[in-house]
Design a protein around this ligand. Structure first.
Ligand code: BGC
Length: 753
């Protein structure tokens, strides 16, 4: 199976945008868009580093796009060879997912008929996370001379910039550096480069090097080693950045590539799912994992994965619930230590969540809807601009999507119960859970007429219906928060009583605990109606206008018109933006019958616009459970190909939201593993109930549970589970009504058909 994702001759502006996302390379610290070396800000080149944000004036706070060290322009007899303006005979651009290397090969024909081929390879080193390495070669048909203009392009693409002040350039020992400070917090940012060039006729202009009249007989190759260091990472970023360049140039491209590739091989060994019988699905699923691996911050627990990954400044580089609900499962079952990093980011931003709760008059922790480095909310109260009037629209994402705090707690418990890593509770998890539980205690209302607690005035996952009462998802998640809190309390009382006593005193949590016990059993959970089995998404949902999605779309007057907000087209109808009840049915699958799942899937599916990339996987997951394998496959492919096809939404109102969709990528893994392969873990039992598409011959999945590595292989006839190292904790496999103990080293094979 080919590990390359290749695009040939795709050079329209839309292709450039799509490829920039799709062919991104990254190592969790640096994300570099899949653009060409001669491109500049017009083609959205971007080098994003994790955890660095900046705000200019009253504009939105967003990630900082660093100066572009990969810039190279070849000039032949005064003619700049540029993929968009020169005569291109052929062009191929690709990413080798196995080694995370971006490649391009472009054949130009010059106006005097010479054929010049440019080839390049670049990677964001997984071994040295501040480093990008590039190999660039020029091959000619006829011996000639070219001018080569390369360096660090400080004139970058910004949505709400410019973010740099005091930009300066200097050079010593053949290393050029561009150094600047950010606007808001004066963080120093340094990009340096060392170049290994075969001839020495270089002249310099600011941050660029010019190699003039370079003779080329057949091929000329040079290398660039580009480092990116900020004042957050180092006390002397200039020195650190320059030293890294020098050291890398000494090591050379090939040995740096070898260490990088070896680390990527280890990663693939831990997670690569192999599907026999469906090359398209295989590629899409690998592509999804490739993106998640390229952007996960392995180097720190103080950053997480933004909703648009590291593909630019879109969505303010903010972290949403996307990470906890849609990306975490992949990491939990393949790279638990990375899952832990992602969770602890929420501990490090807990103070921001406390500040937000306080700002709105609540107690505890109300996590940011759009979280950045401090945990303060980057989401504005007017987050969408109306396309008709160009006026900002009041949206209730920031103040009413309270489910975010419950999503975080859900994720902590999932991680603990699937990895068994109890250290998470002492390392910050308990505090997060207690503070989120406390937040819901202060948010709920007691309805004396109905003798129950309710959650009023919220926005659920479906953002087209804001400020609703008793959103089924939110209420269930809030109840889960309180239940998890009780389970953590019990666990700590039994296992770490001193730590527990100390924390409960420090947080003054005693009286809250007593209150939780009362609320847990009296919180209203919208349930299925006995007559038709339907669960209302929120109070009175079924009284809204009931029309087909197609009819709603026909009412649109502008292609980018926003469906939600106070007067959006969907708000008075039953058309929803994304999975809401159906997601709840998946997350709390054990508590709902197949009948309930089936009835609600059938009802909500035609009413869902899938206006968010988070939606498709939920519909795939439940479709698989209720035996609708074709639909499960269809929605799996939709989520797995979102960034391959580039079909995600590009605008909401006037806001550009293009970029990668890591939640869609995580959703692809979930749909494949939990949906089509039917794997579900409950304590130490893995239940396997496959719903493989007819054309899938075999699937094999590396899978971790409780720190133990397994290989699960499924065909239409046999399920096999093999421990990859001796089991330290006994596990059982459940298939249908039967339970099979998994032996320490032996593989078990279960005949299913
Ligand atoms: C969705 C949210 C999601 C966000 C970032 C929005 O369109 O409605 O649920 O968190 O995008 O992906």
């Amino acid at each position: 199976m080919d590990w390359n994702i290749t695009e040939t001759n795709q050079l329209t502006p839309q292709d450039i945008d799509r490829q920039g996302n799709k062919l991104l390379i990254g190592n969790g610290y640096i994300g570099y868009r899949g653009t060409l070396e001669e491109f500049n800000k017009e083609q959205k080149t971007a080098t994003i580093v994790s955890g660095l944000y900046d705000k200019v004036g009253n504009q939105w706070r967003e990630p900082v796009n660093l100066p572009n060290g990969c810039f190279v322009q070849i000039i032949y007899k005064g003619e700049s060879l540029h993929a968009l303006t020169s005569k291109v005979i052929s062009h191929a651009q690709s990413v080798d997912m196995q080694s995370a290397v971006h490649m391009r090969e472009t054949l130009f024909e010059t106006s005097d008929g010479n054929c010049i081929t440019i080839r390049s390879r670049r990677f964001a080193s997984l071994a040295r996370h501040h480093l990008l390495c590039m190999e660039y070669s020029i091959s000619v048909d006829h011996e000639c001379e070219v001018d080569i203009h390369t360096g660090i392009d400080g004139d970058v693409w910004d949505i709400n910039g410019p973010h740099f002040v005091e930009m300066e350039t200097y050079e010593r020992d053949n290393v050029i550096s561009v150094s600047a400070i950010t606007h808001e917090n004066a963080v120093r940012v340094v990009v340096s480069e060392a170049v290994l060039f075969p001839v020495e006729n270089e002249t310099r202009t600011t941050s660029f090097r010019d190699f003039d009249k370079v003779p080329i007989q057949s091929t000329l190759t040079f290398y660039k080693f580009i480092s990116h260091v900020t004042g957050i990472d180092s006390t002397d970023p200039v020195k650190a950045s320059r030293e890294l360049c020098k050291e890398s140039a000494l090591l050379g491209f090939d040995s740096l590539l070898a260490e990088h590739t070896a680390l990527w091989s280890q990663r693939w060994e831990a997670c690569d799912i192999q599907i026999t019988g469906d090359e398209e699905a295989q590629q899409a699923l690998r592509f999804s994992m490739y993106h998640l691996l390229s952007i996960v911050p392995a180097h720190t627990e103080r950053a997480s994965i933004p909703a648009r990954g590291m593909s630019g400044q879109m969505y303010k580089g903010a972290i949403f619930w996307d990470t906890e609900i849609f990306m975490l499962p992949f990491f939990t079952h393949a790279f638990p230590s990375l899952a832990r990093n992602l969770l602890l980011y929420r501990y490090h931003t807990l103070d921001g969540a406390r500040r937000k709760a306080h700002e709105y008059g609540f107690r505890g922790a109300f996590y940011a809807w759009e979280s950045q480095d401090t945990g303060d909310d980057a989401c504005t109260l007017f987050n969408v601009t109306d396309v008709f009037t160009n006026r900002p629209m009041r949206t209730y994402f920031r103040d009413k999507q309270v489910h975010i705090s419950a999503d975080v707690v859900y994720a902590f418990w999932q991680y603990f119960s699937l990895t068994g890593d109890a250290s998470i509770w002492r390392d910050g998890g308990t505090e997060v859970v207690f503070e989120c539980a406390r937040f819901f205690l202060s948010y709920i209302y007691y309805n004396p007429d109905k003798h129950r607690y309710e959650i009023l005035d919220v926005t659920g996952p479906d953002e087209y219906h804001e400020r609703v009462h008793n959103n089924a998802y939110t209420n269930r998640m809030a109840a889960n928060t309180l239940e998890v809190c009780r389970k953590v309390v019990t666990y700590l009382q039994q296992n770490s009583p001193e730590f527990f006593e100390e924390l409960i005193t420090t947080l003054d949590f005693e009286s809250d605990l007593a209150f939780i016990n009362d609320v847990v059993s009296n919180l209203y959970l919208p349930d299925s109606n006995p007559t038709d089995g339907l669960i209302p998404q929120f109070d009175d949902y079924f009284t809204l206008e009931n029309l087909p999605l197609k009819s709603l779309v026909e009412r649109k007057l502008h292609p980018h018109e926003y469906f939600g907000g106070g007067s959006g087209l969907a708000t008075t109808t039953q058309i929803i933006k994304q999975a809401d009840v159906v997601l709840m049915l998946y997350l709390f699958g054990e508590q709902h019958s197949l009948e309930t799942k089936s009835v609600n899937w059938e009802y909500y599916e035609p009413r869902t616009e899938h206006g968010s990339s988070l939606s498709a996987c939920s519909y795939s997951l439940i479709a698989a459970q209720i035996g609708k394998v074709d639909w499960a496959y269809k929605y799996f492919m939709k989520t797995a190909t979102i960034d391959l096809s580039g079909k995600g939404k590009q605008y909401v109102g006037t806001l550009y939201i293009g970029g990668t969709h890591p939640a869609g990528n995580g959703g692809a893994w979930m749909s494949a593993v939990f949906g089509l392969c039917g794997i579900r873990c409950i304590n130490d039992t893995i239940s396997i109930n496959p719903h493989l598409p007819a054309h899938w011959e075999q699937v094999s999945i590396p899978f971790m549970l409780h720190g133990q590595k397994l290989k699960i292989t499924l065909t239409h006839e046999i399920i096999s589970v093999k421990p990859l190292s001796p089991l330290e904790i006994p596990l059982t496999i459940s298939v249908g009504e039967s339970i099979y103990p998994l032996h320490a080293t032996g593989e078990i094979k279960i005949q299913i058909n």
